[in-house]
Design a protein. Sequence first.
Length: 338
Amino acid sequence: MSDIKQNRTLTPGVSIIICTYNGAQKLPKTIQALADQNVPDNIPWEIIFVDNNSSDNSQTVAKMNWNNLPQTAKIPFISLSETKIGKYHAFNTAILRASFSYFVIVDDDNILRPDYIRQAFELIHHQPSIGAIGSKTEAVFEKHHPPIPKWFVNDAERYAIGEQGDEGDVTCRKHLWGAGMVSRTQLYRDFYEKYPSFLITHTTKNILVAEDTEYCLRLVLRGFKLYYSPKLVLQHFVPNERLSIDYWEKLNYNIDNSFDVIDAYYMAAKVHSDKYKTSFEKLRLKMLTKLRVRIYSGIKKTRQKILLGLLFPTSSFNSPLTNDVNKFISDPGLPKNE
């Protein structure tokens, strides 16, 4: 992780983490929404802002906006820089400086409802089995925007827009989007100090667009639950350029490329699901996977090979990636929800 000195002692409270790259124009509304939070005095909180090598004075804009709001005087605003491009790197810089047990990811185009921090704390504080909680996200468009494309409506989840299931346990989804996500600071630290993102260590592609999915899958593989609460509401600004076919195609290309790594997590979640806990079902899965790898082609065949690597760690199908996923799952030194 980063060279930033880590705050080792965490106390109950909420660390708001904002990472930005050239977000100066969007930040004032995001900052204002944080200043407008209605948080009881018994819930301490802070903002950790990380400028990710911006060239538009984002850091200055953020600090000036925060300092010019009179109601913010008692809330720490920690401003950091991370020159290594990528939200993953910026986020790691922030998480090391966090002072509180829980964190909320706030993108630079997010506007939180005034009760967000209070709801986040109350939802997670007394539920130790919950690893992360997802939000309900409403799209906000520019005043003069083109017609909303049908593909945007159909692919709203890829834009982190909408609901994330029915209220309650959504672990079966295996993922939550990062915008507005609530989780546990120490869990994230423990997972990534020992096992940096496999999206970096096991590919040469620049595919750091699925780091939130990877984190959720790590939570699931260590027995923690994913939860969705419509009480957590934020607005997500969608500029006109994100309604273009070029942006949509690039977004889908990057997400699809991430599955070179993410599929190993998904296959591991299948192997370790309740369905295959009995010896009979595990044997049945092994036999069926051996058969399918012979008759399938393309991506289906690739996924069956990943399964074989996970099911037979000493076989030729076990790659460095599947080996590390298995190590992560079985590591006795990592937190686990039994």
